[in-house]
Design a protein around this ligand. Sequence first.
Ligand SMILES: [Zn+2]
Length: 397
Amino acid sequence: MLKTGSSGGIYIHPWDITDEGIDTCYDFLGEVCGLNELFVAAAYHAGTFILPHNPRRMVRWDDGGIYFRPQHPRWSETRIRPAVGEGVDTHGYMDRIVDRARARDWGVLFFVVFNYSVPLPQRYPELCCVDAMGERHRTYLCPANPDVRAYNLAIVADLLGTYGGDGIRHESLGFGSWKHVFLCDKVEVQPAPRDGFLLSLCFCGHCRQRARAAGFDPEPLRLAVRAHLYESLPGNPRDFDTGEADEEWMRNAFDGDLWRYMEVRCETTASLFGAVQELCNEQGAAFMPFGNEEGRQVARGIDFSLIRPHLKRVSLAAPGHTAEEKRAGLEAGVAAVPEHAVPEIMHNQRFFDSAEALCAAVGMAREAGIRHHSFHYYGMSRRHELEWIGQAREAWA
Ligand SMILES: [Zn+2]
């Protein structure tokens, strides 16, 4: 069950724990940092990591994948065979990570990167987003595709049902941008914001089918977007339409057809988020998006109305630059948290240059009423920055 009252957590990659040795790592987190909750990155994107205190390697090149053995029956509902991450050597790999945390009465949440992937698009290019010009994305699975949706739900079901997580915090569950990092970026001609948005629209067979099922033929829109991009992208930057891809523009562009398509995309994402929320509810777990948002936000392609009634914690950020601005922003953020949830905040210890500075920021959040604190990734931090965390532990004591 999700920790209530207060908690001190940290984001952590599974290899951080197992490279160091589970008990050695947990002893440090518990005794030096004073923490009692993990946000384990159980599914993650590819990356290059510098690991300043890892005893086995200073640099890790990682293809990304899931960091547990898939076991749940729901995996039979998708033809996607997940990319199992490097280092996951046995079925018990994630069990040990969770069980030894539970032995200390720690909370265990899972951080999940869903549809942004490098290995899966290579194996399943037909499941990726397709732009208006017919090019398949190479880093992003389309959330309208039934196999992708079943894959998303299998991850959640496994992490909650098999591995017993308290909740899911996520990234990239909906549609993504055309410009997720793939290989060396050689985009020398940067598209204007609206063109970048149009490049990110998916017109794969499933997206088009969902539109037709909603009574909208997307083909004229696709052709119009395609024609627009062919005219716009070769142009000189000074001639670009540099306006933002905001709601007013979306509602009016392409004679309203863009907005109609956005409505379909929003429903595609909303129903997927709703299905994840249902799985969380079945397991008594929390679905924990970042932020405190509500309502149907078609322009962003997300509908929070299926999620908000079930929120248990709301992740806030300290906005502004000065201490006064941050304090006022936090107090306003706390006041806006719905009654059935509690506020939470993540601090990045690497943004501070001393223990005192980190403690001041954590203390300010505590004074604003936040009793659930978490810290950014363990393995990517310097040892002394992690030690500072322990000096702030009164905030979640
Ligand atoms: Zn699609």
